[in-house]
Design a protein around this ligand. Structure first.
Ligand SMILES: [Fe+2]
Ligand SMILES: [Fe+2]
Length: 308
């Protein structure tokens, strides 16, 4: 897509952005993060005469701690996402209003997960701070995605984040963590709906190019947390625990969006659009096969570990 085509598409989509911004503002609840943190459990760390952190102080399992830490560090990297979205969508008009509003909502997520973890001693605070510094210094580079690719990516990413927060909350087996993460997941759901509706509008304006973006982003999706130090190891632990794995990614993230967009029912596609749809079908088949292999291997390993 050329720069002038992108400018034209930004203009064509602006009415959809305005409409969805209004819908979002009417449905988003102004929830207060301090109401989700058990402040009464808080106490000083060693530098202020209190007790240093140690793992047994946490009521969370090691994998629950890893999942919460990865979710937090992913949320922490917001300055990079804000810059990327501003560059792609621009900072004027409804697009600019949305970018700032979205950023303000996302900022709440990191601050209250951090408060929860520090107050409940759920994570080593020194390790967390070093990891935060490393994550933000690495930043996040989506590779200068074209406009439609960016819209598809954020649709997938917001839904992936919603599922990841929700499943992490359940896995924590702590009602306070579960309530907090369920609340954050509701925000991610509204964000997903915003971007999903933009992609829907783009499918009506330029179906072939929108399908190309969908096919490319489904095939090449990488979680925004990949900038976090030790991401591969953490993601594997989280997948082994069934919090977020390839099967969940395929069934609960990719497929609901594709069904909503009715990508396999679209008619009147040009040759490029048809090619994109074939590429998408091939990418889905490969992802489904990888998901099946992962789940089978995980079950085999669990059986082996449980055997006498
Ligand atoms: Fe978030
Ligand atoms: Fe979000």
């Amino acid at each position: 897509m050329t720069a002038s085509e992108t400018r034209a598409l930004l203009k064509q989509l602006e009415a959809t952005v305005e409409e969805n911004l209004d819908r979002h503002l009417a449905s988003a609840e102004a929830w207060m993060p301090h109401e989700y943190v058990p402040w009464g459990e808080g106490r000083n760390f060693a530098a202020l005469g209190g007790e240093p952190w140690s793992a047994e102080q946490s009521r969370l399992s090691p994998v629950a701690r890893t999942a919460l830490e990865l979710n937090l560090l992913t949320e922490d990297n917001l300055p990079s996402y804000h810059a990327e979205l501003g560059n792609t969508f621009g900072r004027k008009g409804a697009w600019g209003v949305w970018v700032n509003r979205w950023t303000a909502e996302e900022g709440r997520h990191a601050s209250c997960i951090r408060d929860y973890l520090l107050v409940t001693r759920g994570v080593d605070p020194e390790h967390l701070e070093r990891a935060r510094m490393a994550t933000l210094q690495a930043g996040w580079d989506s590779g200068d995605k074209p406009l439609l690719h960016a819209c598809v990516y954020v649709s997938l990413q917001e839904l992936a984040t919603r599922v990841s927060h929700r499943n992490t909350g359940r896995y924590c087996e702590d009602p306070i963590a579960e309530k907090l993460l369920a609340r954050i997941a509701m925000d991610e759901n509204l964000h997903m709906i915003f971007y999903r509706n933009l992609v829907q509008a783009a499918l009506e304006i330029t179906p072939g190019q929108a399908l190309r973006a969908i096919a490319d982003e489904v095939a090449g999706f990488v979680m925004p947390g990949s900038a976090v130090p030790g991401f591969a190891r953490k993601a594997l632990q989280i997948a082994q625990a069934g919090i977020y794995d390839l099967r969940i990614h395929h069934d609960d993230v990719i497929m609901p969006l594709l069904r909503h967009w009715r990508v396999f029912e679209a008619e009147g596609l040009d040759a490029d659009g048809e090619q994109a749809r074939q590429d998408l079908a091939a990418a889905l088949k490969a992802l489904d096969a990888r998901a099946t292999r992962f789940v089978a291997r995980r079950a085999e390993q669990a059986e082996f570990l449980a055997s006498p």
